[in-house]
Design a protein around this ligand. Sequence first.
Ligand SMILES: [Zn+2]
Length: 276
Amino acid sequence: MKRAVAAALVLLSAIPGPVLAQPQDGWSSVRRPLAGAPAVIGSAAAGCVQGAQALRLEGENHQALRPARHRYWGHPATVAFVEDLARTAAAEGIGRLLIGDMAQPRGGPMSFGHASHQNGLDVDIWFRLSPERLGADELNSPRPARMVAADRLGVSAEWMPAQARLLELAARSGRVERIFVNPVIKQALCRSHPADDRGWLGKLRPWWGHDEHFHVRLACPADSPDCEPQKPFPEGDGCGEELSSWLVRPTSPAPPDKAHVQSRRLPEACRGIPAR
Ligand SMILES: [Zn+2]
């Protein structure tokens, strides 16, 4: 019986199919992007990216955090989005942006920290706006500004019009598909905007954590036929029942099952990419 099971397993493993990618496959240690025309493959939670571009670590209007992690890569559309948003934010006097994790040079699963950020379309942007350029020490272990009060019932004293405006600028970009924020932050925006000016709030998706940064996910770019689009979210601003359903749950910390998503099957086209 055991032998039959073993034989079946051998047979199964010989059948070509989607691969289970693990971070030890080399995704986290590869340092150069995969050569070729830019292309997003798969989804944010199971994907990779070809022809990725590095965000400049020290831009005129932004700084990249924790550069030693090598997570400042993305599809060129993501890099352009970050630079454009930072330029607009600076022009409006919002301040210099601190950019958190994007993707690894070839995307793929990360050894820690995120289940998504795999296909070069995700970027974490910090709510903390630093008037001063951060030095190397602080870039490597930055101090966040938390937008949700300690009792989790509302926004903190750090939440200012600048953060609200920054989210609005990002959400109004046609390139942005959705943005993950803590439900308490969305609630503050729903309350401060009149019903006829809340259309853009639909893109703000309530999610655990996300009170020190917001997580932008771009839509599939036109050059990427193998990019897997997201399921559409419900129409409307999401300020009603959807938001209330979140506010009765604990909104922090992140769900415990997050790590398990790393065993999601990568598309065939991502097979062996770190080793190439
Ligand atoms: Zn993120």
